[in-house]
Design a protein around this ligand. Structure first.
Ligand code: HEC
Length: 114
């Protein structure tokens, strides 16, 4: 008759987990309820204000570190998307920060700036 290592280690894991949960609950119960970001996409105007306006100006007129976005045309949507997602020249990519859905909304916003 041999011992069952798998069951022994499962027991050890349960014990460890119980200890960690207990420690966590005692020290900082608030962490369990900390807010996660809301699921929905953010508002395009807010995204622009937060991520683009510092270089392209609040209405995309350019003149700061970024070029004017007023000349963007509907046919250039893919170009605008790529610029936001991958960056272009001195412009940093925003892909870490925005979902495709949010970038799409932002592209429409940029096209609407004209
Ligand atoms: C750090 C400053 C900076 C920020 C922030 C920035 N841009 Fe730019 N953007 C630039 C510069 C500089 C260029 C010109 C790049 C080049 O052609 O070398 C540019 C170019 C562009 C272009 C034109 C690309 C092309 O190939 O003609 C678009 C569209 C654009 N930006 C949109 C945005 C949007 C939308 C945001 C917000 C997500 C944004 N930019 C944030 C600096 C910035």
């Amino acid at each position: 008759m041999h011992p069952r290592p798998a069951i022994l280690s499962l027991g050890a894991k349960l014990l460890l987990t119980g200890t960690l949960l207990a420690a966590c609950g005692d020290s900082s119960p608030a962490i369990a309820h900390s807010t996660t970001p809301a699921g929905g996409p953010r508002d395009a105007a807010q995204l622009f204000e937060g991520a683009c306006a510092s270089c392209h100006g609040p209405t995309g007129e350019g003149g700061l570190s970024g070029v004017s976005l007023r000349e963007a045309t509907a046919a250039e949507r893919q170009l605008i998307f790529d610029a936001i997602r991958h960056g272009v020249g001195a412009m940093p990519a925003s892909s870490d920060d925005m979902s495709d859905e949010e970038i799409d909304a932002l592209v429409e916003y940029v096209v609407g700036l004209r």
